[in-house]
Design a protein around this ligand. Structure first.
Ligand code: ADP
Length: 238
């Protein structure tokens, strides 16, 4: 496990500043939400932490390590996105074990870790199924098992629940939080859903037009918004 530290990160696309001098600390083992309207830079920040894009300036640390020059596959992170694509022709177990095979983990070890991960997401009996034989919620659990099977230091989630209907989404929020607590993994969760961010996280960061305008525990931010924009934006949760 590890903390994540983002310091003075700026990222421009042409003339657009997608991230403008963003600083936020994500302590070890916590659950964090990045919140903000569409286009505010949430995904860009997550992608910079993951290593899909490189910041123009500033630094990102995972644990003690500065990761600017470290490629995605060496950053020791698990990821789950809204459009979590499972391999349709592979069984659930093979989907979950994919990252282990890439890392040349032996077959017996792969079976053990896949079975552990599937138990954790409560799909222990479904390893032999194909993705099309699962419900949307179950597929999401497979994607989560796949993200954590390699025991990453950090879990990055980009709107993973936004495609689910409301009741399933609430079930998955509870489930996600339970799993996160059980394995104690530092988790950074992107959402545009205020309620989701406020109920799930230990700390939220609010972005607006690439700037981190406020970060802190949800109750503190909710009770003491820095400006009218934040107050109104968070108020939409009610
Ligand atoms: P959010 O996740 O908060 O919706 P994004 O981080 O996806 O916002 O995008 C922030 C801004 O950066 C948006 O204006 C978006 O259009 C722009 N942007 C993101 N990625 C790229 C890219 N690869 N090329 C050009 N512009 C981009």
């Amino acid at each position: 496990m590890a903390d994540v530290s983002v310091q003075n990160v700026t990222k421009t696309f042409g003339s657009l500043k997608a991230l403008n001098d963003v600083t936020m600390h994500f302590p070890d083992g916590g659950f964090f939400a990045l919140l903000g309207p569409s286009g505010s830079g949430k995904t860009t920040l997550l992608r910079a932490i993951a290593g899909f894009i490189f910041a123009d300036s500033g630094s990102i640390h995972i644990g003690d390590q500065s990761v600017e020059h470290i490629p995605v596959e060496k950053r020791d992170i698990g990821m789950m996105f809204q459009n979590y694509a499972l391999f349709p022709n592979m069984t659930v177990a093979d989907n979950v074990g994919f990252g282990l095979r890439v890392r040349k983990v032996g077959a017996a070890e792969e079976r053990r870790r896949v079975s552990e991960a599937l138990e954790l997401v409560q799909l222990g009996q479904l390893g032999d199924r194909k993705p099309h034989q699962l419900s949307g919620g179950q597929r999401q659990r497979v994607a989560l098992a796949r993200a954590i099977v390699t025991n990453p230091k950090v879990l990055l989630l980009d709107e993973p629940l936004s495609a689910l209907d409301k009741s399933l989404r609430v079930d998955m929020q509870i489930e996600l939080k339970r799993i996160q607590r059980e394995i104690g993994i530092t988790t950074i969760f992107v959402t545009h859903d205020q309620e989701e961010a406020l109920t799930l996280s230990d700390k939220i960061g609010i972005l607006r037009q690439g700037t981190m305008i406020q970060a802190g525990p949800p109750r503190e931010v909710y009770n003491n918004p820095v400006d009218v924009f934040t107050a109104e934006f968070l108020g939409e949760a009610n």
